[in-house]
Design a protein around this ligand. Structure first.
Ligand SMILES: Cc1cc2nc3c(=O)[nH]c(=O)nc-3n(C[C@H](O)[C@H](O)[C@H](O)COP(=O)(O)OP(=O)(O)OC[C@H]3O[C@@H](n4cnc5c(N)ncnc54)[C@H](O)[C@@H]3O)c2cc1C
Length: 470
């Protein structure tokens, strides 16, 4: 962030006063210093404004075209707000493996008119099973429509979800809406806006200077904007759990739309279909093996998504799980390429917004992937940001209102995920009955198990009651 340091916008702890109040607040927005307005959750009417012109500067500059950045672009466009995305990757590719998008996030994507596109590439999850390592059921519940929501839960390849969003951005906003192969390398802000510098991500050449009213860092767990304002944050925090993830064409299990999570935080297996298979009897089946392998809090320098996993490393761990009727080792062996990375998050920040610059998605609140919430929370951030933007009288006020709504909620989920999220129910039962059980109700009562699982859903905002009253 070479140029960012010369901005005069202040480092962590000083930026808001200097940029927001002294420079911006007084003369441009009488209400800028007022308490941040609480955004409402009024329904979006999906409008399709004409593809925006890229001759005039966009209002919102977005660094990062992941799930968060792309959804933000669609949300802003639906409200007639111009924006442009800059993505360091040279193309939007189908990387990663499966994720689950819960009804709170799908509701937002449905309002953007994306349900048919999601149906074309994902699987409507029907039921969730929490099990111990030998496949005994600790908890089971219907999901999505079957659970009474008016929108489904989707099990989907992360890359396909990203593609759906990407296509929608291009179709609605035009090809100029996303500039790929461009990496944010610096920014300055002043009374009237933000100037950002993007360079070619491969050879660092061809710096492009762009002006916008605000800059949103949707640039993931390694966000350069976040590290600019928090230079001492250090490496992501690792809980010592190594994750291996992959997907392969494999015979369908249960009803072909069910999801299994077996084992607690120290050793977990996750299985779910994320797409049609090559034959009617098979599904593209996602698997994850999580194992605690270390006590050190710092990841071993490889927290990226790109390190290829090795069969000889993962198979001994996977062999500890026995799911009746499911050939776990066969699924892993039939996977062409799979990836490994440490399970990381970061401590919640006290603020995301510094004048005209803020954070969104994993850049703002990276969390452990338990409870199926990371991408979902990025989608909820995007909706909130767009609502705050159209309601506020000044960009500075919009960014603060967005932060005031989303920061506390996501910080709570980060904390809950550290304790295992809803999957903690498996840990608790395994602790009480490490050798298994004949009757789970005798190990831990139904109400106690329900309180763990549903308590998390309430905090993360995806109970049926929360979603149907919106
Ligand atoms: C194992 C695992 C399982 C998961 N399972 C789930 C799940 O079931 N459900 C769920 O909801 N979530 C899940 N998640 C989390 C989810 O994938 C993330 O929370 C989500 O993808 C975050 O989206 P994002 O857009 O904020 O960040 P990212 O997807 O990381 O996107 C950031 C983008 O910014 C770009 N970028 C970075 N730096 C720059 C720069 N300087 N300039 C320009 N561009 C830049 C990157 O190339 C990238 O495209 C899981 C995560 C993991 C690791």
């Amino acid at each position: 962030m070479a140029k960012a340091g010369s901005s005069g916008t202040g480092k962590s702890g000083t930026g808001r006063d200097k940029v927001g109040k002294d420079k911006v607040g007084k003369d441009k927005a009488g209400k800028a210093g007022a308490k941040a307005a609480k955004p409402t959750r009024a329904m979006v009417v999906v409008t399709q404004p004409a593809a925006q012109s890229f001759n005039s500067p966009p209002k919102v500059l977005i660094a990062g075209a992941g799930v968060g950045g792309l959804t933000l672009a669609l949300m802003l466009h639906a409200r007639g707000v111009s924006c442009r995305l800059y993505e360091q990757a040279s193309a939007i590719r189908e990387v990663g493996a499966g994720i689950n998008a819960l009804p709170h996030a799908i509701k937002e994507l449905a309002l953007l008119g994306l349900l048919p596109a999601l149906d074309a590439v994902g699987v409507r999850t029907s039921e969730l099973f929490y099990m111990n390592r030998t496949g005994q059921v600790v908890w089971r519940e219907p999901r999505g429509i079957a659970a009474g929501f008016d929108v489904p839960q989707f099990s989907i390849h992360r890359g396909r979800l990203q593609k759906v969003l990407h296509h929608a951005v291009i179709e609605r906003m035009g090809p100029g809406a996303i500039v790929t192969g461009r990496k944010l390398t610096g920014f300055v802000q002043d009374e009237g806006g933000v100037t950002a510098w993007f360079t070619d991500s491969i050879d660092g050449s061809g710096s492009e200077t762009v002006r916008g009213e605000v800059l949103v860092g949707a640039d993931g767990i390694h966000s350069v904007i976040r590290s600019h304002y928090h230079p001492d944050q250090g490496l992501p925090r690792w809980n010592g759990v190594q994750m291996w993830r992959g997907c392969a064409d494999f015979p369908a299990f249960m009803d072909g739309r069910s999801m299994i999570i077996a084992g607690g935080m120290s050793g977990k297996l996750v299985l779910y279909p994320i797409g049609e298979g090559q034959t009617p009897q098979t599904r593209l089946t996602n698997w994850v093996v999580n194992v605690r392998i270390s006590d050190t809090p710092h990841p071993p320098g490889k927290e990226s998504w790109s390190r290829r996993g090795r069969l000889d490393e993962v198979l001994p761990h996977a062999a500890r799980f026995a799911i009746p009727g499911f050939d776990v080792l066969g699924l892993i062996r039939s996977t062409d390429a799979f990836f490994e990375y440490p399970m990381c998050d970061r401590d919640p920040l006290s603020r995301w917004t510094h004048g005209r610059v803020t954070l969104l998605g994993d850049a703002a609140h990276p969390m452990y992937p338990v409870g199926s919430n990371g991408a979902g929370q990025a989608i909820l951030d995007a909706r909130c940001f767009a609502e705050c933007w159209v309601k506020a009288e000044h960009p500075w006020q919009a960014l603060l209102a967005y932060e005031a709504d989303r920061l506390p909620k996501t910080a709570e989920i980060v904390a809950l995920n550290r304790k295992g999220g809803p999957e903690r129910v498996i840990d608790e039962v395994e602790k009480l009955a490490p050798a298994g059980f004949t009757d789970v109700d005798r190990v831990m009562g139904y109400d106690e198990r329900k309180a763990i699982v549903r308590g998390y859903a309430g905090k993360a905002g995806f109970t049926v009651q929360q979603l149907t009253k919106m």
